[in-house]
Design a protein. Structure first.
Length: 137
């Protein structure tokens, strides 16, 4: 007869957890699909995402350039302008478009970010308090 060990117990626990998750998930899916309603148990709410309020593009040999500052956003309040080149966010060099997106995505509404921007051949430092991303119109 096979001896029962801790690794066997762990394997059984993992299988049990997977089975329970599958059963609960399938039950909720059938409820929502079968009745075409959404219950509290099946609601999916995305967390609030941080928002600065700029649109930007990549300019070869220059860097990441702001081509739009959304009115009424932290970007406008902090003094960021169209044409600014973003060199750093929170002491991290900005070399690619993804550097900005990833830096902001790692933050929460209410967090403060520091930016170093290039404007008229001068480096400026600005800070902005991020807000929650407004709903799409």
């Amino acid at each position: 007869m096979k001896k029962f060990t801790d690794s066997n117990a762990f394997s059984l626990l993992v299988i049990l957890i997977i089975a329970v998750c599958f059963a609960v998930g399938a039950s909720l899916l059938l409820k929502s699909v079968g009745t075409a309603t959404v219950t509290k148990a099946t609601e999916f709410v995305l967390p609030e995402r941080a928002f600065l309020g700029i649109n930007y593009d990549f300019v070869p040999q220059v860097g990441v350039r702001v081509f739009q500052v959304v009115p009424g956003t932290p970007a406008e309040t902090s003094g960021i302008r169209r044409g600014d080149i973003i060199k750093q966010i929170d002491d991290l060099d900005v070399l690619l478009l993804e550097d900005i997106a990833n830096s902001i995505a790692a933050k929460q509404p209410g967090d403060t970010i520091k930016l170093k921007i290039l404007r008229n051949k001068k480096i400026l430092e600005v800070s902005a308090i991020l807000i929650a991303r407004p709903p799409k119109k």
